[in-house]
Design a protein around this ligand. Sequence first.
Ligand code: R5P
Length: 293
Amino acid sequence: MLVIAGPASTELGNRVASLLGVDVVDVFHKVFPDGETYVRIEGNVDGETVAIVQTLAPPQDTNLLQLLLLADAAKDLGARRVIAVVPYLAYARQDKRFLPGEAISINTVIKLIEAAGVDRLITVNIHELDILERFKIQAENLSAMKLLAQHFLEKGLKGAFALAPDQGALIHAKEADEVLGGGHGWIHKERDRITGEIRVSVEESFDVSGRDVLIIDDIISTGGTVAAAARIAREQGARRVYAACAHPLLVGNARQRISEAGCLEIVGTDCIPCPEAVVSVAPIIAEALKNEL
Ligand code: R5P
């Protein structure tokens, strides 16, 4: 097996290859003066199984196109099998028609990935697990939640309360709780589909008075969800509040919003390369790829 470290995940691709003890195929990429994307695979992939590691972090559309071009080129150059390792699968939040006439964006992305010749897809903490069933190819989800919780365990947060900032994140809080051992709970969240504004409330009470709290979610985008959860945790008497997520998009003033809400630190993974990406998902990706060696 060979690893193609896509331009959006060069470091992660190299880490995965190093853990597996396989070679990395370099990619040259550029943007033409008119804005078109160009990629070139700088190695021989003929007859090989290749794992293309390419996240769909912002700029999502460019990174998606690079992934599609790389997969199609690898197949065209004779690759026997192409595995797309897409740590952050963008567009997964538009998985249904919330308002009449909307595109169900993730369905289009799935069709494009399949049409580019990808044989297997591996992603991390996909926004909704049932999206995997929409793929005709083998598609699987890995979870970074235990790695994130382990990071906080090593920082001395044993026994911290794992708080899901909405009901959808409860599965993540449960996983974190298995590592931290301090219990878990969730906050009710409603989002206005037109303005994007959120309203939160406590529907199932939890006791965090005097305790450390780890807010854990799949994605932090504008920071509104985590900031609202941090405020609630502080109102309920939490001692120290931290936030963790697989995909720290952290757009606009997200960092400031979260900090102003009383959250001491944000920790993410290298699914999204950024300063907060201090936990690497390379070990779980390498493990998932072992059966291709
Ligand atoms: C939504 O259900 C996701 O799990 C996240 O909670 C959401 O995408 C976070 O978005 P934001 O940071 O903009 O509130």
